[in-house]
Ligand binder design. Structure first.
Ligand SMILES: [Zn+2]
Length: 521
């Protein structure tokens, strides 16, 4: 059916396998199977395969997959104009997203999409394509359903007092004879006991952490080293107050199973959120205790309430835009102090590794800093607007002439191209009528084709040039709109500032560098 079209297709084969498929034991979905089916299909239809894009282990519920992104890039670079998958669910299991690709993105990018086993082909006007939206809904429902099923079966197990979490709590191992049961890891348990003892002796979290670090006691991170290695190399081997607090408040150590502490936002979004304590699923005495209940409750009384962390933090005007000019990491803004309502900036890199002195504080009174920055930004905006006015006046005259010139030149080039094509047709007919020899034909053809490609390139360049100027102008128009809004506002608003500012770098010597999204020269 594809050979009916004389267009040349450059095909991207897209293959996806996720754990949902694995769990169902769907061998038919395996990478090898999908690949051989697609290659076979391409071969039968004489299609040229540009590349194969494989996402192994990625769910279809969102589109943030590395090779899918690569596929989109190649579409945008014009490298492929046809995408083939085994069926629609390979593209995605999210109805809105999948529908968007099939009904909007692909057509807009002139890409033909084929789902082989679903008989869907976006370039054929066939009734099969009417199924596409329906199929996409089915796929979406399937993902929702599977995720619900997994969730409810997990919860049922938690309620039965079965351990279902991935990583065991520090001090415990998974029972080799029963994977839903925990047994004590003696080596780690002795460290846990010691931490509780030290707390009863009156040592602060910080002091406990320091003592353990000094003694070279292995941290939980070191025990679980496989997942920590890359990101936290600097923290490696160092006990932190937070680790101590987490251990001292973990009810698992008295033998109670506490689960369902975190959950996914929903089946489409991977993000994990902390659940309310009401949602925890607790079953008492499911495993051997490391700490006596009395000791545990005694320790809880001594633990200071965690203030601040759970309180809603104020969102500052410049939140997220501040960077350390000296080390490049982000600059945070602290919560307001109760006594004088002040808050301060601090370099994150400095704060995290305070003792190692990897950077300096970069401490500034935030409210004053904000005033200074808003003032400078206002000045930059005024400057831009006034220069833009002058520039526009000078340019608009030049521009009128340019426009006319460009247009006539485009027309001339277009005519030339037409003429060369006509000539090519002519010599072809001459050759057919044997007015010229094959050799003559080849030579003239080469010359003409050469001329054609030169003219074509000139035409494209000029056209691009015209489009660039138009883009540049509309971009500038938007910026000017933002700036005017910003300047006319009494209270600056965060959204506008984010549109105008890329980043603000703060240096220890109090220098400030505001990088704006418009060209100030
Ligand atoms: Zn820094």
């Amino acid at each position: 059916m594809i050979s009916n079209f004389n267009k040349v297709y450059h095909v991207g084969l897209y293959i996806r396998l996720s754990r949902e498929d694995d769990d169902k034991g769907l061998m038919s979905e395996s990478i090898t199977n999908q690949k051989s089916l697609l290659l076979q299909y391409a071969k039968e239809n004489n299609l040229r395969v540009y590349d194969i894009y494989i996402d192994d282990g990625y769910s279809g519920t969102n589109f943030d997959r590395p090779n899918f992104n690569r596929l989109l890039k190649d579409i945008e670079l014009g490298k492929i104009n046809m995408v083939i998958t085994k069926d629609m669910s390979r593209l995605g299991r999210d109805y809105i997203g999948t529908g968007n690709f099939i009904e909007k993105y692909f057509p807009e990018h002139n890409v033909r999409y084929i789902a082989v086993t679903d008989n869907i082909d976006t370039f054929l006007d066939s009734s099969n394509n009417d199924i596409a939206p329906f199929k996409a809904i089915m796929n979406d429902m399937y993902a929702k359903d599977i995720s619900k099923k997994i969730k409810s079966s997990l919860k049922a197990k938690m309620k039965e007092g079965k351990w279902v979490g991935g990583r065991t709590p520090f001090g415990y191992d998974q029972d080799k004879n029963d994977k839903n049961h925990l047994i004590i890891n003696e080596e780690q348990a002795s460290i846990v006991k010691r931490i509780f003892d030290m707390c009863l002796e009156g040592l602060s979290f910080y002091k406990i952490a320091r003592e353990l670090t000094n003694e070279g006691i292995k941290t939980p991170a070191q025990y679980y080293s496989f997942e920590w290695k890359s990101h936290y190399h600097l923290r490696y081997g160092e006990w932190h107050s937070k680790t101590i607090r987490d251990i001292l408040t973990n009810r698992m150590y008295v033998g109670d199973l506490v689960q369902n502490k975190r959950s996914k936002v929903n089946y489409k979004v991977k993000k994990i959120v902390k659940n309310n304590a009401n949602d925890y699923i607790v079953v008492e005495n499911t495993h051997e205790a490391i700490i006596d209940r009395e000791v545990f409750y005694e320790v809880q009384k001594r633990i200071p309430k965690n203030k601040g962390r759970n309180e809603k933090k104020e969102i500052y005007l410049l939140d997220g835009l501040l960077y350390c000019g000296d080390c490049g990491h982000r600059i945070s803004i602290t919560s307001r102090r109760k006594k004088d309502n002040r808050c301060y900036t601090i370099c994150n890199y400095y704060r995290t590794y305070r003792k190692k002195k990897l950077c300096t504080t970069h401490s500034n009174n935030y409210d004053e800093l904000e005033k200074i920055i808003i003032n400078s930004l206002t000045k930059m905006c005024f400057n831009y607007i006034s220069k833009d006015k002058i520039k526009n006046n000078v340019l608009s005259n030049l521009d009128k002439n340019n426009k006319v010139n460009n247009k006539t030149e485009l027309e001339i080039l277009n005519n030339d191209i037409k003429q060369i094509n006509d000539n090519l047709d002519d010599i072809y007919i001459d050759k057919l009528n044997k007015k010229i020899t094959g050799e003559q034909f080849e030579r003239v053809k080469l010359q003409l084709e050469n001329q054609l490609s030169i003219k074509q390139k000139k035409y494209n360049d000029l056209n691009d040039n015209i489009n660039d100027t138009i883009n540049e102008k509309s971009k500038n128009k938007i910026i000017v709109e933002y700036i005017n809004k910003f300047l006319s506002m009494k209270e600056p608003n965060r959204e506008l500032i984010i549109n105008l500012v890329d980043r603000i770098e703060i240096f220890e010597d109090k220098n400030i560098d505001i990088k704006v999204s418009f060209n100030i020269k």
